[in-house]
Design a protein around this ligand. Structure first.
Ligand SMILES: Nc1nc2c(c(=O)[nH]1)N[C@H]1C(S)=C(S)[C@@H](COP(=O)(O)OP(=O)(O)OC[C@H]3O[C@@H](n4cnc5c(N)ncnc54)[C@H](O)[C@@H]3O)O[C@H]1N2
Ligand code: MOO
Length: 413
């Protein structure tokens, strides 16, 4: 078998980016109760002001602020009580000078009022007389129409991953369905004679399928749908059959293990065995993750991720994630924070090196503590807040140096 034609990280990223346009996600209309986690494929604007009327935020009396200016406990303002605003109903009265109208929390304000005094600062003297014992400022305790959302304002931008609050705002605007991209369908194949699913008994020398489940989590975090998951033994025919099945069911195939050049590493051969199979990348000058394979068959990308769990997860972060984000036009940003590295780190020049770090404040300074260990350990990932990227032309980092930490937590535009 050929050894790797090693690519630089930037070459690899460019090759993968060129593949993005091959995958066109279909669009579907989905009710807002079911849209959490989907990615909006078009801008959604409000057709109304929310709220559509001026409303009180407290139980109290709608007044003209000039009428209660200077009111105190001992010298209250005396106002004529003109009536009540009723929840859910139109209030058509106009408040005149020297008048007050009772408004419950959320009730519609009368025209002409410019503040609401809370009920506890009032005393009703008779059916039409009220004392107010506190002054208020202009607009106090009022939500004006359009404060939450104005007519024609953007509610959801195309490429936004819809979250719970978006669902609430859409509902508030009376929008009950929106157009989203269908989820990217992903197949996850864990290869290796030694790999056993987590519910089965395990023998000495075997290991559990860590990568399959970690990748499932990463895919669903990104709004993808795992349509097929399997563990495949190191056998060329079994792997070919499983990849063929995956290409039928999914838009994207993720394999873990078998990416290196050992006698039982078949990923490369399997991709090439399809009539239209093509290896785009085999080997990237990154650490961890050097033996990564990227290929294509049936017009779909196949990522052969390294078997070592941290290498597989990291390669997902730096290559698969950007691919999935671009395909669905997802406007997500990797959040990076600046921190001081707590120890010197050597890195091999000529390779882009990724180090997991844990963030903590020490003496009010954010410090990044490297989590050192072999890439075969998944616990490196669970302990880490994020990673630092030492570029290929850097020799390493010295203790106390400022570094960018890319957080595993994502933000959205
Ligand atoms: N001669 C060379 N050997 C290796 C090189 C190299 O450049 N030359 N690269 C090393 C690096 S770096 C990595 S990473 C691994 C990648 O190996 P493979 O992708 O071929 O993966 P396997 O050999 O199948 O497995 C490696 C390791 O990971 C464990 N593994 C595999 N799948 C899973 C899973 N689903 N869950 C948990 N752990 C898994 C497997 O048992 C092995 O221990 O190659 C090096 N070798
Ligand atoms: O990808 Mo390998 O884990 O660099 O060790």
């Amino acid at each position: 078998m050929n050894f790797f034609k090693i690519r630089s990280l930037s070459e690899a990223r460019a090759i993968i980016h060129d593949e993005v346009s091959r995958l066109k996600l279909e669009v579907e209309r989905i009710s807002i109760g079911a849209c959490n986690g989907f990615i909006a494929c078009e801008n959604v604007y409000s057709e109304v002001d929310i709220p559509s009327f001026d409303r009180s935020t407290v139980d109290g009396y709608a007044v003209k602020i000039d009428d209660v200016m200077g009111a105190t406990e001992s010298i209250p303002a005396m106002l004529k009580l003109k009536g009540d605003s009723v929840m859910g109903e139109v209030m058509s009265e106009t408040l005149q000078k020297g008048e007050a109208i009772y408004v419950p929390t959320g009730g519609m304000l009368p025209h002409g009022s410019d503040g609401v005094v809370m009920i506890e600062y009032s005393e009703q003297m008779s059916s039409d007389l009220i004392l107010i014992r506190q002054p208020i400022a202009f607009g106090e305790n009022i939500i004006y129409h359009g404060d939450d959302l104005k007519k024609e304002q953007l509610i959801i931008e195309a490429g936004k991953r819809i979250n719970a609050y978006d669902m609430g705002l859409l509902a508030g605007a009376g929008i009950n369905a929106i157009n989203v991209y269908k989820k990217i369908k992903v197949a996850i194949l864990s290869t290796g004679d030694e790999v056993v699913d987590c519910h089965l008994p395990i023998k000495m020398g075997q290991i559990r399928d860590i990568n399959g489940y970690a990748l499932m989590g990463l895919v669903s975090e990104l709004g993808g749908e795992v349509v097929h998951k399997a563990i495949i033994r190191d056998d060329m025919n079994a792997l070919k059959a499983s990849v063929a099945e995956s290409l039928e069911k999914a838009d994207l195939v993720l394999l873990s293990g078998g990416s290196s050049v050992g006698t039982r590493d078949f990923t490369h051969q399997v991709i090439e065995s399809f009539a239209d199979g093509e290896i785009l990348i085999h080997g990237i000058s990154i650490k961890p993750g050097k033996p990564t394979i990227v290929g294509r068959a049936h017009n779909k990308l196949i990522f052969g991720l390294p078997g070592h769990p941290t290498a597989s997860a990291l390669v997902f972060e730096i290559l698969v994630r950007p691919y999935m984000e671009s395909v669905s036009n997802l406007k997500m940003k990797s959040i990076k924070v600046n921190a001081q590295i707590t120890e010197s780190i050597h890195s091999a020049s000529g390779k882009d090196t990724f180090i997991m770090v844990n963030l903590a404040y020490e003496d009010n300074v954010l410090r990044a503590k490297p989590i050192l260990g072999k890439s075969g350990l998944i616990s490196l990932m669970t302990k880490a807040s994020g990673y630092i990227h030492i570029e290929s032309d850097q020799e390493g980092l010295y203790k106390g140096q400022d570094v960018n930490v890319y957080l595993f937590k994502r933000g959205e535009l």
